[in-house]
Design a protein around this ligand. Sequence first.
Ligand SMILES: Cc1ncc(COP(=O)(O)O)c(C=O)c1O
Length: 352
Amino acid sequence: MSRFWSPLVHSLTPYVAGEQPTISGLVKLNTNENPYGTSPRALAAITEAANDTLRLYPDPTALRLREVIAARYGLDPDEVFVGNGSDEVLAHTFNALLNHEEPLLFPDITYSFYPTYCRLYGIDFRRVPLDANMRVRIEDYRQSCGAIILPNPNAPTGIAQPLLEIEALIRQHPDQVVVIDEAYVDFGGESAIPLISKYPNLLVVQTFSKSRGLAGLRVGFAVGQRPLIEALERIKDSFNSYPLDRLALAGAVASFEDEDWFQQHRNLIVASRERLTIALRALGFDVLQSSANFLFARHRERPGADLAARLREKAILVRHFPTERIENYLRISIGTDAECDKLVEAFKQILT
Ligand SMILES: Cc1ncc(COP(=O)(O)O)c(C=O)c1O
């Protein structure tokens, strides 16, 4: 606490990011990064962009990147907004589109940055409980509200919502913005992007951090009809005109164009996820049905905090949230098969 702080700072509850330690030999399954790195074409493009042009500001409109994303989905580049990771895109979204008289709705168990943004921007919010099976029940959102944000698949459960249900939600709230946060959609979810032309109240947010292996480059995007995107641009250009630097723009374009790498590596992660699910169930874990690049699992007998601490002693990091309803769960990012095998081996030792 400091007497020099603006009043707002006292009331913030900042998000706590997963650890990024630099211990050698660490099996790092705590922040849902991609174990395969990124496309070699993206790396080459970044290297090539590291030249004398770095003395110049980047394109403030990120036009080339927006064109590439728009072309993939049959949208206009003006219907695409890009930012410094989807966290920044989400922050601008909360500020630009989700601050209304009535509360914003999101699940009680969800991405824990959402309440943080609400406190930052003074947004009233209401948490809608997941059902007993940790699923989102779309009918529970049939209540008056200012807007809705939902990750699909949800995090940290990994459970995906069928697109028909997402569409029903959007249709039930024609006068509210519905944001679908698709950070993990490439691992088995159904994207709502094809619905954009139909619904002026839909905004879809995605990231390059997970399926494209570029968490370190910080690139995310939102797609929606022009009025929603214009609101985001107005906030961005009142905040930072150049959120994506030249290296990020070059790397993101090349990575988005490398469809073969993308398909091949997401398939590897999905296959490892299914393999790890079976192995953990055999060890006495309840594992939620994941459509993401992580599993959410609890052991039937051992507390989550204890298991996370014991894994840490073996240089394996997973994420544990000391939060009501999920305190016995571990969120385990999908690594390579070799990393998953190390995890299973460690659990075998810990559980005997
Ligand atoms: C649901 C969800 N949305 C958004 C993000 C932000 O990702 P990034 O800022 O790396 O794009 C994350 C990161 O873990 C996430 O879990």
